[in-house]
Ligand binder design. Structure first.
Ligand code: FAD
Length: 324
């Protein structure tokens, strides 16, 4: 019998994270034909809404409600999953900071294979999964074969498995709260610190013009400002731009910056590291401008322009102004 497949769902404020549907899309490539089960852990009635939302996409949702699960503590979630998952199963996680915290230790305890940050799946040959990861900040692709016979924990890179159309599963929600077992931990939740909003709130913008290290110098930022002004957009950036103090931290997109959900995202001189792309949610239309045709961002961009930003962007700005 094929191993059962589970997807661990992140959620916040009563809503499932966008990665929930990406894990479903990834499961169809990692374990074609399997009926993946969404695992939702949390406390209080807030997770009922999350479970119902997921049942529209997943055939089955397992709900685990307990006060000990009120905050996402990877040590506690690891115990929970060890208590409730069947031996030899496949577990999919989002490759977020939480997934990175949870995955490796869990795989060891499950005595399962661990593959992190899967960006693509090349196929399945019996129990062997053929997948692609990226190394050296996306400059090199690694093609790997993973024996999943004894179970596997696989973390999936955000943005690489576009969510398929959801809403047709009519799945069932199974309340398994009675099975959570012992959930003590040495790590304890202290407080949630809200990130500073800054002069503009990039999390609320529909169109972002985002600059990366490829912009070259602080003096070149007006090139992006002009384009943003012409498009009615706001400028955001990658982390090196903040580290160089060219823009303030509140403009940073990524796992250690802001999570944004624009409709359109222009990436200017951004390579497309998973830490950057991890902050980009909601399946936006991505336009990437990069002078390196092998830049990883082109793998997820809807439109890719191989060009020097300092030459291409002013021309684009002029054309937009002229069109207006
Ligand atoms: P690079 O990777 O250096 O890419 C620059 C790109 O510009 C290249 O692709 C190059 O081809 C192109 N380029 C150069 N010149 C030009 C030109 N003239 N015209 C066109 N293209 C040009 N990063 C984030 O962004 N957000 C985060 O929240 C974040 N959090 C992190 C957390 C941790 C724990 C760690 C370890 C790293 C984090 N990072 C984060 C850093 C991340 O790993 C990458 O280093 C970073 O995203 C790279 O930024 P970049 O794409 O601007 O720069």
């Amino acid at each position: 019998m094929a191993a059962q497949v589970f997807a661990f769902i992140l959620h916040k404020d009563g809503k499932a994270d966008d990665t929930a549907l990406e894990l479903l899309a990834a499961s169809q490539k990692i374990a074609p034909g399997a009926a993946p089960i969404a695992v939702v852990a949390g406390a209080g009635p807030a997770i009922d809404g999350v479970c119902q939302e997921l049942a529209a996409a997943y055939p089955e949702v397992w709900k685990f409600a307990s006060d000990a699960l009120a905050y996402p503590n990877a040590e506690i979630i690891r115990k929970l999953l060890l208590n409730v998952l069947p031996k030899g199963c496949t577990l999919l996680l989002p490759h977020t900071t939480f997934g990175m915290d949870l995955g490796p230790g869990l795989a060891i305890k499950m005595d399962a294979a661990y593959v992190s940050d899967v960006a693509a799946v090349e196929g399945r040959d019996g129990e062997t999964l053929k997948a692609v990861r990226q190394e050296f900040n996306g400059q090199v692709s690694t093609h790997l074969a993973c024996d999943m016979a004894g179970g596997a924990v696989i973390s999936v890179r955000s943005g690489c498995f576009p969510a398929s159309d959801s809403g047709s599963a009519s799945g069932k929600v199974v309340d398994k709260s009675a099975e959570v077992g012992e959930l003590s931990a040495r790590r304890r939740f202290v407080e949630v610190l809200q990130a500073e909003v800054g002069d503009v709130d990039i999390t609320k913008e529909d169109v972002l013009v985002s600059v990366g290290r490829g912009i070259g110098d602080k003096e070149n930022l007006p090139v992006a400002d002009e384009l943003a002004k012409a498009m009615g957009a706001v400028v955001s950036c990658s982390r090196p731009v903040v580290d160089a103090k060219w823009l303030e931290k509140s403009r940073q997109v990524g796992t250690s910056g802001k999570t944004v959900k624009p409709k359109v995202y222009l990436a200017l001189g951004i390579s497309g590291s998973f830490q950057h792309m991890g902050g980009l949610k909601g399946n936006p239309f991505i336009v990437a401008v990069n002078k390196n045709p092998k830049a990883p961002i082109f793998q997820v961009a809807n439109v890719g322009v191989v060009a020097d930003v300092l030459e291409f962007v002013p021309e684009l700005t002029d054309k937009i102004k002229a069109a207006k």
